[in-house]
Design a protein around this ligand. Structure first.
Ligand code: 4AD
Ligand code: MG
Length: 463
C-alpha cells in the first residue's frame, strides 16, 4: 500500500514517475469535459499540488462532488507538468472523497475576503494562504524560541496559569472561581468570602509568569517561561489581546545592560530564523500583505538598536513639532504614537528606552539612586511600538517592601516573593516578549487578531 506523502515533501524531492498518495483540501477545480485540474493543498506548505483528472476514467458523480473546500485523497503518478505555473503534477489513478463541501455555501470563495470577514469564520481561515502562512510562521517562531534558549543553557520553567497574586500590580485580572455567582457568600463587612471557594482564597488567571520566574532564576540561574497570559484590560486596539502568549526569560547576575544585550540578540535570532526557515511563506506575505516586509526584517537584523533613557527621549518628543493625541512631559507614560515616532521617524530603527519614571512602572523594578527612576527597559519596534518590556529587578528587601507598601499592594499575596530577597538574594533581570507582537512584526500583518488562531478581545470569545 502506498503511504501518504505530504505536499511539502513531494515538492521538495519529486521522484518523477513514482506512484504517490496525497491527501488534502481542494483549493480550485477547473477544466473541461475531458480533463480537470485540481489544486490541492494539505497545509504542509503554501504551495498546492496540481492533480490532473481524465474525466472519462472516473465516476461522473464523484467528480461533481469534488468542489472547492472538499477533502480528498488522490493516488497517481508524479509527472513533469505540461502546463505553466507548476513543475510537477499528479496524474490521478484513483480518488477518494473524504468530505464534500457544498460549493454554494462554502464561506471561502475564490475572491479575496476582508480580514474582518475571515475573523468571523476563524474556524476556516487556516485554509487560506494568508492564515496558513501566518500559522506556519507562528509555529516556527515558537520552535526557534525554545531552540534559542535551550542552546544557551536556559531552562524552560512552567509557571502557574492560576495565581493568587497580581504580577504587574495593575489590577487587570480575570477571576477564577467555582462559586455560584448568583449566590456569593459574604463576610460580615460585606466583602466576598472566598473561604469556601475552590482554592479557599481569591484567585485569577496570570498576567505574567515573571514573579515565579524570578524564583526559578534564583535557583537555576537562567530560565524562561513561554505560556498564555491574560489581561482584562479594555483595550480595543490592533495590538492588544485579552489572552496572549508571552516569553519571559529571567537571569540571575544580569544587570540592565546584559538584559538589553540578550533582548536584542534574541529578537534578531528569531528574525534570522524566520528568514532562513520560512522563506516561501514570507515571500507570499511580502507579495500579498506588505511589500516592505522582507526589507524591514533585514533592516532590523543589520542595525544596532538605539539605547536611550526616558529622560533623553522626552525632549526629542516635545521638540518634534508633532501634534500628539496625548501630550508628553517628564513623568507621563508614553503612548504608541510617541514610541512609533521615535522608532519610525526620529531614529528610524528599533529603540530600547530605559530608566523610566518609577511612578509609571511596576513595583518590582530596581530603583535608581536618583529616587525618581527605575531600571526599566522597553524595546520599541517599527509598526508595533512596544514589543518587549522588562527590567532589572529590585533585589533589596527593604526597598522592594517599601515600594509594595507605597503602592498599597496586598503584602499577604506576595510574601513568598519577598522571602527570596531574604535568603540569598542576587542581582537579576528579565523581560517579556509579547509573542503575538513578534508575529505581527515578522508577518507584516496589521491586526493582532490575525496572528493567533482564536483571538480573545473585549466582547469576543467565539470558537
Ligand atoms: O510590558 P509587560 O506588561 O511586562 C510584563 O508583563 C513583565 N512581567 C515582563 C517581564 O519583565 N518578565 O508585557 C510584556 C510584553 C509587552 O511588551 C507586549 O509585547 C506584550 O507583553 N503584551 C501584550 N501583547 C498582547 N496583548 C496585550 N494585552 C499585551 N500586554 C502586553
Ligand atoms: Mg510594558
Amino acid at each position: 500500500m502506498t503511504k501518504r506523502i505530504k505536499v511539502k515533501t513531494l515538492l521538495g524531492n519529486p521522484v518523477l514517475g513514482s506512484d504517490v498518495l496525497v491527501k488534502g483540501w481542494v483549493r480550485t477545480k477547473r477544466g473541461n469535459k475531458n480533463i480537470l485540474f485540481i489544486a490541492l493543498n494539505d497545509g504542509s506548505t503554501i504551495n498546492n499540488i496540481q492533480i490532473v483528472v481524465e474525466v472519462a476514467l472516473f465516476d461522473e458523480n464523484l467528480l461533481k462532488e469534488i468542489s472547492t473546500g472538499a477533502c480528498i485523497g488522490v493516488m497517481g503518478k508524479l509527472l513533469e507538468s505540461q502546463g505553466q505555473g507548476q513543475q510537477i503534477e499528479i496524474n490521478a489513478a484513483s480518488i477518494e472523497l473524504y468530505g464534500k463541501s457544498d460549493a454554494e455555501t462554502y464561506p471561502l470563495q475564490k475572491k479575496g475576503h476582508s480580514m474582518e470577514f475571515l475573523r468571523e469564520i476563524a474556524y476556516l481561515r487556516p485554509r487560506t494562504n494568508t492564515f496558513s502562512a501566518v500559522l506556519r510562521i507562528r509555529h516556527a517562531m515558537a520552535f526557534a524560541i525554545h531552540k534559542y534558549f535551550n542552546d544557551k543553557g536556559f531552562f524552560y520553567l512552567h509557571t502557574p496559569i492560576i495565581t493568587g497574586s497580581d504580577a504587574e500590580g495593575a489590577g487587570e485580572m480575570f477571576h477564577v472561581t467555582t462559586m455560584d455567582l448568583s449566590n456569593v457568600p459574604r463576610n460580615p463587612d460585606n466583602s466576598i468570602d472566598y473561604s469556601g471557594d475552590f482554592f479557599g482564597k481569591s484567585t485569577n488567571l496570570t498576567v505574567s509568569g515573571q514573579l515565579e520566574g524570578e524564583l526559578g532564576a534564583l535557583a537555576l540561574g537562567d530560565i524562561y517561561t513561554f505560556g498564555p497570559t491574560f489581561r482584562a484590560e479594555n483595550s480595543n486596539t490592533p495590538r492588544h489581546l485579552a489572552e496572549f502568549w508571552m516569553i519571559e526569560p529571567e537571569m540571575a547576575f544580569y544587570d540592565l545592560a546584559d538584559n538589553m544585550d540578550l533582548a536584542e540578540e534574541f529578537v534578531k535570532y528569531l528574525i534570522r530564523y524566520a528568514l532562513d526557515n520560512c522563506s516561501e511563506d514570507l515571500e507570499f506575505l511580502n507579495n500579498m500583505i506588505d511589500k516592505a516586509l522582507l526589507e524591514r526584517l533585514k533592516f532590523v537584523l543589520e542595525n544596532e538598536f538605539v539605547r536611550i533613557t526616558y529622560t533623553e527621549a522626552v525632549p526629542i518628543l516635545t521638540s518634534s513639532g508633532k501634534k500628539w493625541d496625548y501630550p508628553v512631559s517628564w513623568g507621563t507614560d508614553l503612548q504608541s504614537e510617541h514610541e512609533r515616532y521615535l522608532v519610525e521617524e526620529h531614529f528610524k530603527r528599533p529603540v530600547i528606552l530605559t530608566d523610566y519614571p518609577m511612578s509609571i512602572k511596576a513595583f518590582y523594578m530596581k530603583q535608581n539612586s536618583d529616587g525618581k527612576t527605575v531600571r526599566a527597559m522597553d524595546v520599541l519596534f517599527p509598526g508595533i511600538g512596544e514589543i518587549i518590556g522588562g527590567s532589572q529587578r529590585e533585589e533589596n528587601y527593604e526597598k522592594l517592601l517599601g515600594r509594595i507598601r507605597d503602592l498599597k499592594i496586598p503584602e499577604k499575596d506576595l510574601w513568598w516573593y519577598l522571602e527570596t530577597r531574604k535568603f540569598g538574594t542576587a542581582p537579576h533581570s528579565g523581560f517579556g516578549l509579547g509573542f503575538e507582537r513578534l508575529i505581527l512584526f515578522v508577518t507584516g500583518m496589521l491586526n493582532i487578531r490575525d496572528v493567533i488562531p482564536f483571538p480573545r478581545t473585549p466582547k469576543n470569545a467565539e470558537f
